[in-house]
Design a protein around this ligand. Structure first.
Ligand SMILES: Cc1cc2nc3c(=O)[nH]c(=O)nc-3n(C[C@H](O)[C@H](O)[C@H](O)COP(=O)(O)OP(=O)(O)OC[C@H]3O[C@@H](n4cnc5c(N)ncnc54)[C@H](O)[C@@H]3O)c2cc1C
Length: 455
């Protein structure tokens, strides 16, 4: 039996991948250490650029990196973590085509599972709304935007056309505002290819409960961003909440109704369900950790990123759930894992946020960097420059830079991503694609597709 010290990292987002990268630097290959990273996708997703995929500015594979290409010698397993047994020091995963179970034993574990979407039990929202957390979410949203334009172009009823072309976004944080601004640009720039759709038919609405949008950047920049969105035809409804959604009409909590074929839900996150199953202290469902990122009472168990409450520099506060925190926590976790294995001193996580930036469409942005507010083109340029430098791998940086250059020269690509081929058996996934295109009754699962939908 191997006497190697076993470290398992669950989750391959900012926190998990940067822990693995830092561990590779600390432990030379060949040392008696075995490190395994488990993630349900085989890639690392660079979320800050996700809205650009939804709006067709970037090709979908350019903002993701295969985890195997990022890591040198850490073992990677594409699999779903099903259970974490802290007492038994083992993780159960399912993987492969049949989802067969597999057990991984560990001496130390890094919990970096991120968060999931919270729907607050609002009727119909989980079933009918789109979300913006994963690569497939961005692809679905892009497909939806093209589908509504195609359907609206042949729709004779004005009322129905306007319902098709009405998009509501719930949540005025970074994900909601950046996505709304970029899909607004996408829809308006695409209109010239849809001669029967007028700009007056488009309706984009931002619903949020606060006074201002992008509250993380302060009231001044929030107001500026709101003004810019409104100038570009977006209606911003503050002090409002979504009450329910049936796929056709968004009903607000105060009873107002907004007919809309699309609701994008970015208004809530909650801790990962696996975290809830752990016998550890939690705060609002997230794992409480010390400043060393250690889970109290569980030596060798570390938690970081969005699934953990990490103490901030200001006593009593916790770090915000951002990528810039997650990746830096990864480096501290790696140091402390090595210190635990070698009996050395732990490091504490004490990072002062450099700043935050958001794009608000039409080559404008808002940024607060080292306490200084920047807005307009300069902030947009800073956003692009900073995030391009943060995107891992030179190859992807070049691809993104090329996409941005081509975007300046050519119009938006309006091809949908559809995976149905002539004579192919329907499964629930590609049936969903047809439904997405409004081709209801096209076929049932298991039936052959009579007329093919081919790109
Ligand atoms: C649209 C969007 C835009 C954002 N923009 C910014 C930004 O501009 N700047 C910024 O700082 N932050 C931004 N964020 C926030 C940032 O993405 C998160 O704070 C960061 O991703 C948290 O890192 P994490 O590693 O904790 O979680 P994640 O990055 O979510 O990683 C968790 C990983 O765990 C995997 N996983 C989950 N469950 C399982 C399971 N059961 N089995 C196996 N694997 C599993 C997931 O697939 C995922 O890869 C944005 C987030 C979104 C959604």
């Amino acid at each position: 039996m191997s006497a190697k010290h076993k470290i398992v990292i669950v989750g391959g987002g900012f926190a998990g991948v940067y822990t693995a990268l830092a561990l590779e630097k600390i432990f030379p290959p060949g040392e008696d250490i075995e490190i395994t990273l488990v993630n349900r996708e085989n890639f690392f997703l660079f979320t800050p650029m996700l809205h650009e995929v939804a709006a067709g500015d970037l090709d979908l594979t350019n903002i993701v990196n295969p985890i195997r290409k990022l890591l040198k010698w850490v073992t990677f397993i594409e699999g779903q973590v099903e259970a974490i047994d802290l007492r038994g020091r083992r993780v159960v995963i399912s993987h492969g085509f049949d989802g067969h179970p597999h057990e991984i034993r560990f001496d130390q574990i890094v919990l970096a599972l991120g968060s999931t979407t919270q729907y607050f039990g609002l009727p119909g929202v989980e079933e009918n709304a789109l979300t913006m957390k994963s690569l497939s979410d961005a692809v679905k949203l892009r497909n939806r935007l093209i589908a509504i334009l195609e359907a609206a172009d042949t729709e004779s009823s004005i009322e129905e056309r306007r319902r098709l072309l009405s998009v509501v976004v719930a949540g005025a944080g970074f994900a909601g505002v950046e996505t709304l601004a970029s899909i607004n640009d996408f829809l308006r720039k695409s209109l010239r290819f849809y001669p029967n759709v007028m700009s007056a038919d488009l309706s984009l609405t931002l619903v949020h409960p606060g006074d201002t949008i992008l509250t993380e950047l302060g009231a001044g920049l929030g107001k500026y961003a709101q003004k810019k969105l409104e100038q570009r035809g977006i209606e911003v409804l503050g002090h409002s909440r979504v009450g329910s959604y049936d796929g056709d009409v968004v009903v607000l909590a105060d009873g107002r109704e907004i007919p809309a074929k699309t609701l994008l839900w970015t208004a809530g996150t909650m801790p990962h369900p696996l975290v809830a199953s752990l016998p550890c202290d939690k705060e609002h469902g997230r794992l409480k950790v010390t400043a060393e990122l250690a889970v109290p009472d569980w030596p060798g168990v570390w938690a970081l990123g969005d699934c953990a409450v990490v103490p901030d520099l200001t006593p009593g506060n916790a770090c915000p759930p951002t990528a810039q925190h997650g990746l830096r926590q990864g480096k501290v976790a790696a140091h402390n894992i090595a210190a635990h294995a070698r009996g050395r001193e732990f490091q504490t996580f004490n990072f002062k946020m450099i700043g935050q930036l958001a794009t608000i469409g039409h080559r404008a942005g808002v940024a607060r960097v080292f306490g200084v507010n920047v807005s307009g083109f300069m902030a947009w340029w800073m956003w692009r420059t900073i995030y391009l430098s943060k995107l891992p791998q030179l190859e992807k940086k070049i691809r993104v830079a090329l996409d941005w250059t081509l975007d300046l020269l050519f119009s938006k690509d309006l091809c949908q991503f559809i995976d149905v081929r002539q004579g192919q058996k329907m499964d629930n996934n590609n049936l969903a694609h047809l439904h997405e295109k409004g081709m209801r009754n096209a076929s049932r699962p298991g039936e052959e597709v009579a007329s093919a939908t081919i790109l």
